[in-house]
Design a protein around this ligand. Structure first.
Ligand SMILES: *Cc1c(COP(=O)(O)O)cnc(C)c1O
Length: 352
């Protein structure tokens, strides 16, 4: 793609282009820290810690993320989990019944569900046998109606990161937005694509606090993109989409860099230990390399093994019905104690 001619307005839905967003009371007045009397938003004035509307632009949280990631706060949009962020991309760029997206199964199931909810056709191009994007097929299929291409890297459930050269080729040649879902990037050896935002106007990177940051219950998803793309998404997001409690807890956690890093390195050590043990079990046919906090394993009979684990109090994910994933199970890496129990049960069912 000739990036000099890239104009985000050519991708935005007509109604969104024309839209004037709702302006909330707290959009119009931003505190400069001085003591004010707030009689603008019909709130209950009695203090509970949460009686005021939250900051619709989540400035504190974005400020901390911008510093950590080396981007501008204007390149960030926050949502109620990545799922909201991904949904906003559909709603901003995909005309129902007209536009399409491309996904690369086996991958995260929400892209297909969101396509269905938004009445947008999902064109699937299977990953290659080594779980890489099939670039020629993707580019052959794409046309001016193909607004979004979802690349999940590290990919769920295969656990590998995509080859950087292939991602680059897609960024340079796909004419819609390339959404790189980096839910597992904090476990990866690879660098985030965030550092390439200024190079690729069609790049959107999503991250989440649900995995490495240990905050799945807080529901905080993050979108990094050009300021132009972020402005479009801001137009259509609900004004108070990230609640006050989530903003507070997320900020505390983001600032606690050492604690997060310690947990990540513990999980990575456990991942290596668990991968090795899994490879030694006689019903295991293959342990795939992992660049995330889970391990994909090919076994003799995934459905039977899944049931045996359940009977022993362990829940894993059976991926056998996914393309290229016949007889695979996906194991999330737990704590040392949890993994010990898993290993004990696995050894027990081996001999049973
Ligand atoms: C877990 C996961 C997410 C996280 O979604 P949230 O809504 O932020 O919890 C996003 N993408 C992928 C590929 C995931 O596996």
């Amino acid at each position: 793609m000739n990036h000099n001619t890239f104009d985000i307005n050519n991708l935005v839905r007509k109604n969104v282009r024309a839209l004037r967003p709702y302006s909330s009371a707290r959009d119009e007045y931003v505190s400069d820290g001085s003591q004010m009397v707030f009689l603008d938003a019909n709130e209950n004035p009695f203090e509970t810690g949460v009686n005021r509307y939250p900051d619709p632009q989540q400035r504190n949280l974005k400020g901390a993320l911008a510093t950590n990631k080396g981007v501008s706060a204007h390149q960030i949009l926050l949502g109620n989990g990545s799922d909201e962020v991904l949904d906003l991309l559909f709603r901003a760029f995909c005309e129902p019944k007209e536009d399409h997206i491309i996904t690369l199964p086996p991958t995260y199931g929400m892209y297909h569900v969101l396509a269905g909810i938004n009445n947008v056709e999902n064109n699937k191009i299977l990953l290659t046998q080594d779980f890489e994007p099939n670039v020629p097929e993707i580019l052959k299929l794409a046309n001016e109606k193909t607004k979004l291409l979802f690349l999940c890297s590290p990919n769920n459930p295969t656990a590998n990161s995509f080859n950087n050269h292939l991602v680059k080729e897609l960024l340079e040649n796909f004419k819609g937005l390339v959404v790189v879902d980096e839910a597992y990037i904090d476990f990866s050896k690879e660098e985030s694509w965030i550092s390439k935002l200024d190079q690729y106007p069609n790049l959107v990177v999503t991250q989440t606090l649900s995995k490495a940051f240990g905050m799945a219950g807080v529901r905080l998803g993050i979108c990094y993109a050009s300021n132009e793309i972020i402005n479009v998404l801001n137009k259509i997001k609900a004004p108070y989409n990230v609640n006050e409690l989530s903003q507070k807890r997320a900020l505390e956690r983001i600032l606690d860099v050492n604690a997060v890093n310690k947990e990540i390195s513990d999980i990575l050590l456990e991942r290596e230990r668990l991968s090795k043990v899994l490879g030694e079990l006689n019903f295991v046919e293959k342990v795939y390399d992992s660049d995330a906090n889970f391990i994909l394993v090919k076994v003799d009979n995934a459905t039977n093994r899944y049931k045996q684990l359940l009977e022993n109090g362990i829940v894993v994910r059976n991926r056998t019905s996914e393309p290229l994933c016949e007889n695979t199970l996906r194991f999330t890496v737990g704590t040392k104690e949890e993994n010990k129990k898993l290993i004990r049960v696995l050894q027990q069912i081996t001999t049973a």
